[in-house]
Design a protein around this ligand. Structure first.
Ligand code: BJW
Ligand code: ZN
Length: 265
C-alpha cells in the first residue's frame, strides 16, 4: 500500500510540473504498463502482475520460445484476446491532449531546429496509445498486434484475431512469433534511435507508470537528466527512477495526467 496522497502537496507538485511543461519547447514521455492499469490490464511486476504464476524466463526470453513455443503462444494469445475488449483510459487521452498542445503546426514553425516537439516513447505492446489517438508513438518493445516469422522476413499486423497455439508463416510455413522484444533481444534500431534523439532534445521528460527496471528503456531517464531536462514521474509508488531525483506526482496516471494537462490550458 502506498501512503495516502497529501492533496495540498500534490497540488503544489502539479503546479510545479505544469510550469516545467510550459517552459519546455520539446517534450518526451516514457510510458510503461501502469498507464494501462486503469484500462484493466495487469502490470508485469508485483502482486497480481502478468508474470505471477509464470517465471519470466518461461515466457519472455528467446530460449523459452525455443523450448516451448506453444506455452509462450498461449500466454500471448490470452493477452491478445483480452485486448479485444479493452479501451484507453483518461491517462492515455490526456497524453493525446499533451501531444496536441506541443505538436501544433505553429509551435513547429517557431522551432527552427526542425526537431519534433513531442514524442511518446512506450514500453507497452498493447496499442492503447494509438487507440486513444496519439500520433507519434515510438514502441520500444514491439506490438502484440504484429507477428513475424522466425525464419524469413514475413511481418504482418494480425490485430487481435484468434491465432492457433503454433501459427505458421504464410510465406515459408515456419513458425511465427509475436513481434515483441524479449529479454536479451535488441530493441528495434530505428525506433530506439528516434527515442534517444527525442530524449536528448527535450527540456521536459515525463515518466509514467513504469518501474524503470528494464534497460535500455530505463536509461532514457538518466539520459534526459544528463541533458538538463526536468524529469517528472507519474506513479502511485516511488520507483528506481524516483530515487534518482526529479519531481514525483504520486497517484494513478488516469487521475493525475488529466489534472496536469488541464493546468496547461
Ligand atoms: C501505475 C498504475 C497506475 C501501477 N498509474 N502507474 C543488468 C543491468 C542492466 C541491464 C541488464 C542487466 N541484465 C540484463 C539486462 C538487460 C535486460 C534488462 O533490462 N534486465 C533487467 C530486468 C535487469 N534488457 C534486455 O534484455 C533488453 N535488451 C537488451 O538489453 O538488448 C541488449 C542485449 C542483447 C543481448 C544480450 C543482452 C543484452 C530487452 C528488454 C525487453 C523487455 N521486454 C518486456 C516484455 C515485452 C513483451 C511482453 O509484453 O510480454 O517488456 S519485459 C517487461 O518489462 C515488458 C515491459 O515493457 C517492461 C517494463 O515493465 P514496466 O512497463 O515498467 O511494468 P512494471 O510492471 O515493471 O511496472 C509498472 C509500474 O506501474 C509500477 O511502477 C507501478 O507502481 C505502476 N502503476 N498502477 C500509473 N494506475
Ligand atoms: Zn516465413
Amino acid at each position: 500500500m502506498h501512503p495516502p496522497i497529501d492533496t495540498d502537496d500534490l497540488d503544489v507538485a502539479l503546479d510545479r510540473a505544469a510550469e516545467r511543461l510550459r517552459q519546455a519547447q520539446r517534450v518526451a514521455v516514457l510510458t510503461g504498463a501502469g498507464v494501462s492499469a486503469e484500462s484493466g490490464l495487469a502490470t508485469f511486476r508485483g502482486a497480481g502482475g502478468l508474470w505471477e504464476g509464470h517465471r519470466v524466463e518461461d515466457v519472455a526470453t528467446p530460449f523459452a520460445f525455443q523450448r516451448d513455443p506453444a506455452l509462450v503462444w498461449r500466454f500471448y494469445n490470452a493477452r491478445r484476446a483480452n485486448l479485444r475488449s479493452v479501451q484507453p483510459n483518461p491517462g492515455h487521452r490526456a497524453l493525446v491532449a499533451l501531444e496536441d498542445r506541443f505538436a501544433q503546426p505553429e509551435a513547429q514553425a517557431r522551432d527552427v531546429s526542425g526537431s519534433e516537439p513531442f514524442a511518446l516513447i512506450t514500453q507497452n505492446v498493447d496499442g492503447l496509445h494509438q487507440a486513444a489517438g496519439s500520433r507519434r508513438v515510438l514502441e520500444l518493445h514491439g506490438s502484440l498486434r504484429r507477428v513475424r516469422c522466425t525464419a524469413c522476413t514475413y511481418l504482418v499486423d494480425r490485430g487481435y484475431e484468434e491465432l492457433p497455439d503454433l501459427p505458421r508463416c504464410a510465406e515459408c510455413g515456419e513458425l511465427l512469433r509475436p513481434d515483441v522484444v524479449w529479454f536479451e533481444e535488441m530493441l528495434p534500431v530505428e525506433t530506439w534511435k528516434e527515442a534517444a534523439k527525442a530524449t536528448a532534445e527535450c527540456q521536459c521528460f515525463l515518466v509514467v507508470g513504469t518501474s524503470a527496471l528494464v534497460y535500455p528503456a530505463a536509461g532514457l531517464i538518466d539520459a534526459a537528466r544528463d541533458v538538463g531536462a526536468a524529469v517528472i514521474e507519474v506513479n502511485p509508488e516511488a520507483t528506481s527512477a524516483s530515487r534518482r531525483g526529479g519531481l514525483g506526482l504520486r497517484g494513478p496516471s488516469g487521475v493525475i495526467l488529466p489534472q496536469l494537462v488541464q493546468r496547461l490550458v
